[in-house]
Design a protein around this ligand. Structure first.
Ligand code: SAH
Length: 243
């Protein structure tokens, strides 16, 4: 469809998408589409809402404070990522942003910041991280946006861990040990520690969980942001939707 090619913008919206639907735009969206991207009535845009796939829409009303988009046709069905959570200990702001962006691009279903014993940051801006996940989905062509959860203590998360979900526990103590993923299953989480690594107590607790599997990410110690991307790559190629 040449109209799809002419669509220069891909936008996440909350509104339901479907034949005959009109999407009202808020002030920020109107500013972006008409002020920044200079779109006008009749121009095409691609939109998705995380539920109804991707739709080609046409600008039907423009204004400074709002506007409207009319659904034309579905261009992609909803494609859910594998049931993979990324649990990571927040680090410095820019590196935490990077982890959330990469997790959304690489196909995480849920992003869970966890506070471990050696985690420095005690607060996160969940809404800001969620906005990063939305932006990443907009630019990578995804039709799904992973939820970013509130920061939770790792010990509490592990205390109520679902029995049917496996954990790929990336343990820097195994550096160079060559331990790789050797179990299957379709519900998973990856666990990445902070720059300070895991404590002995955390390691012992994970070792006692039958569904936690300690793995090595090679012969070098990776920074947490690198480790998150490396672990997701390994998991996706072994058990995920890459093949
Ligand atoms: N300060 C720690 C390193 C922490 S690296 C030390 O020097 O030992 C941050 C996180 O990345 C770790 O907690 C772990 O989850 C992951 N990681 C980094 N390199 C790894 C490796 N080679 N194998 C497994 N996990 C690794």
């Amino acid at each position: 469809m040449s109209d799809v090619k002419s669509a220069k913008v891909r936008l996440y919206v909350e509104h339901p998408l479907g034949q005959g639907q009109t999407i009202p735009l808020d002030r920020d969206q109107a500013h972006y589409l008409f002020g920044v991207m200079r779109l006008s009535v009749g121009d095409h845009v691609l939109v998705f809402n995380g539920r109804d796939g991707e739709w080609l829409v046409q600008v039907s009303d423009t204004g400074k404070r709002g506007g409207a988009l009319d659904c034309v046709a579905q261009t992609k069905p909803l494609q859910l990522p594998p049931d993979l959570w990324l649990l990571f200990a927040p680090i410095k702001k820019a590196r935490t942003d990077f982890i959330v962006e990469k997790a959304a691009e690489m196909g995480a279903a849920r992003i869970c910041p966890v506070q471990s014993e050696f985690t420095n940051s005690e607060r996160i801006r969940r809404d800001r991280l969620q906005a990063h996940a939305v932006e990443a989905a907009e630019q990578c062509g995804g039709t799904y946006v992973p939820d970013v959860a509130e920061l939770e203590r790792l010990d509490r998360v592990l205390a109520t861990w679902p029995v049917d979900r496996q954990i790929m526990f990336c343990d820097e103590a195994l550096v160079g040990a060559g331990e790789v993923l050797s179990v299957g299953g379709d519900k998973w989480a990856i666990l990445i520690g902070p720059e300070g690594g895991f404590s002995d107590a955390e390691r012992a607790r994970l070792a006692a969980m039958p569904n936690a599997h300690a793995v090595s990410l090679g012969p070098r110690i990776l920074r947490a942001d690198t480790a998150a991307v490396a672990a997701m790559t390994l998991w996706q190629s072994a058990l995920g939707d890459w093949t």
